[in-house]
Design a protein around this ligand. Structure first.
Ligand code: FEO
Ligand code: CA
Ligand code: CA
Ligand code: CA
Length: 579
């Protein structure tokens, strides 16, 4: 990375208006087609999609609720798309909407989450799924994984089934992602607490409470048929989730590795950059109201001439958490990274921190102890490929200004923040391992047709033609265009009047200009973005269309079951997306 100023990226498409239609709309001269949907066959012998499919069928099909993803190039005609499958919607996944659960219903739900590794082939001018690809793979809530790093083997990670505390089963709540320059995929475990519960009347301790572990969680009820998810029987099992998991998409037999050195929280994504001096820096958001923003710095350096040597760079390093300071009442200032290392910054046994392993397992508690700033739900982080600037979506926070630990401050400047904002920081001297940084707000989302003369109308770069709410997904393309994906209120009324369905926008990081590029179908979130090696195909996710039985039949139409899908977006003239 350098500090050189970025040349303005070309942004030449004609923006699209808001939409409440049950379809994906892209600019004139572009086309958006479905690449793959929940339940689509992933292997040559996979059954076709059926809403009443059983768990065996789901194991051979694309997972549900696709979220973060990354494109890995093999050749000009062959590639691998690694995709997160975050969760399921029982109202569509299961024949009786999950009102009662059979053992196979739970197995199907466990088979529908995790990851789908999908081989693509370039045929007749388009990337399509290759069902015969030998790299096709499903990773589910039951796939064996290795727990690595400082917390591996700690008593808090040991269970009856795994007395070593080093072999977990599965991953789920896979929200967003990262990709490393050594060719691995990072999948981030976010709302893992939803998958645990119990019908036994038990009290939870303060550590469980901080991570949302509770007998009240009744969304998925896996514990009814799988005691691993019953917190009364297996209280340590939730400690084995909430990590960043590293997957080798090029080896379908490889065992995914949970990287405990990156801390345990509700991980949104993992934005990887190689610092000037060769250390690997990973920026990490914890998406919950009033939680924090983190940075990992590897212990060892990246070796560009020996990718094998980089395989375990995420096993050891130092975790930091951000603290923001304001400058004279302005919405910008300075900040610092505070180290979460045993024995430093008050993280000592006297203060209840027994070891580095415990600090990683309960990273949220350590962050609070060192005085980290509570944030408005840090979602994706993205590093500008042309400068050292880093961006982070802060999606919304109804607790801001309401809960005592979340006062209105410069970096989270609105009480109850309904619209969200995008934070930008620049590390001191362009050095991602520096202790300090400067920050400002790239944009404040708002509604200038409903609110006047207040922060609620949004920052200067927001107007009636580009407004949106709740930025979530975020990613740069190679030219340095910033793509912003939303997961917001799509009621199109009240504070959100005129905003329509969830959408994707393109931001100019130099001028701040924002243009709407895509609108999604009814009751979906737009999430997950990646590009082909030539930037001429963009892959974008439509997640949970028709959630909570909203009237969507995307993408198959008629009276069909709505299905989360990955869209393949190309230009009719074959050009670079956005340019
Ligand atoms: Fe799964 Fe914070 O989004
Ligand atoms: Ca998200
Ligand atoms: Ca979100
Ligand atoms: Ca989501």
């Amino acid at each position: 990375t350098t500090q050189t100023k970025q040349k303005e990226p070309a942004i030449n498409f004609k923006p699209v208006p808001t939409s409440v239609a049950d379809t994906v709309v892209v600019p004139e001269g572009y086309q958006a087609e479905v690449l793959i949907s929940w339940g689509s066959p992933l292997f040559a012998d996979s059954p076709a999609f059926s809403p009443s499919a059983n768990s065996d069928a789901q194991l051979k099909q694309f997972g549900d609720n696709n979220d973060g993803m990354a494109f890995f190039t093999l050749t000009n005609e062959r590639a691998v798309l690694a995709v997160n499958n975050e969760y399921t919607n029982y109202e569509y996944l299961l024949p009786n909407q999950g009102k009662t659960l059979s053992a196979d219903d739970v197995k199907k739900a466990q088979a529908a989450v995790g990851n789908s590794i999908v081989e693509l082939v370039y045929k007749n001018g388009q990337w399509i799924v290759n069902q015969n690809g030998r790299l096709n793979r499903r990773i589910t809530a039951n796939t064996p994984m290795e727990i690595t790093g400082v917390a591996a083997g700690h008593p808090l990670l040991k269970t009856k089934a795994d007395p070593t505390g080093t072999r977990a089963l599965g991953t789920f709540a896979n929200c967003a992602n990262g990709a490393t320059p050594w060719g691995t995929y990072l999948t981030c475990e976010e709302n893992f607490d939803d998958f645990f519960g119990t019908d036994t009347n038990i009290a939870v301790d303060s550590n469980q409470e901080r991570y949302g572990i509770s007998p009240e969680n009744k969304d998925y009820r896996w514990y009814e048929h799988d005691p691993r998810f019953d917190i009364a029987q297996n209280p340590n099992e939730p400690n084995r989730f909430g990590w960043v998991v590293e997957i080798d998409p090029m080896n379908p037999n490889s065992m995914p590795k949970k990287r405990t050195a990156l801390g345990r929280f509700k991980h949104e994504n993992a934005a990887v950059t190689i610092n000037n001096d060769g250390y690997v820096v990973v920026y990490l958001g914890d998406d919950e109201r009033g939680e924090h923003l983190y940075r990992f710095v590897s212990k060892n350096k990246y070796n560009p001439s020996n990718q094998e040597a980089n395989r375990d760079l995420l096993e050891e390093g130092t975790l930091y958490v951000a603290k923001f300071d304001a400058k004279d009442g302005e919405l910008k200032g300075t900040g610092q990274w505070i180290e979460l290392t045993f024995g430093k910054n008050g993280l000592t046994p006297e203060n209840g921190f027994a070891s580095q392993a415990e600090i990683m397992i309960f990273a949220r508690k350590a962050a609070t102890h060192v005085g980290a700033t509570t944030m408005d739900r840090p979602e994706w982080v993205a590093v500008n490929p042309h400068t050292s600037e880093v961006f982070c979506t802060l999606t919304n926070n109804k607790n801001r200004g309401v809960k005592p630990n979340q006062p209105v401050d410069a970096v989270n400047p609105r009480a109850k923040n309904p619209y969200g904002h995008i934070l930008r920081w620049n590390p001191s001297n362009g050095n991602h391992t520096a202790k300090t940084f400067d920050w400002d707000l790239y944009l404040i989302a708002g509604n200038p047709t409903v609110h006047k003369d207040s922060l609620m109308a949004g920052s200067k770069n927001i107007n009636k033609d580009n407004m949106f709410n709740c930025p979530d997904g975020l990613g740069f393309d190679k030219d340095g265009r910033l793509w912003i994906l939303t997961d917001g209120d799509d009621s199109n009324e009240g504070d959100f009047a005129g905003m329509g369905n969830n959408q994707m926008l393109c931001g100019n990081p130099v001028t701040g200009e924002i243009r709407r590029f895509l609108t999604g179908p009814i009751a979906c979130e737009i999430t997950g973005i990646t590009f082909s090696h030539d930037s001429k195909t963009m892959f974008v996710g439509v997640q949970h269309p028709g959630e909570e039985q909203a009237p969507s039949h995307f993408p198959d139409g008629g009276r069909s079951t709505p299905r989360s899908s990955i869209m393949r977006i190309t230009r009719n003239d074959g050009g670079v997306i956005g340019a």
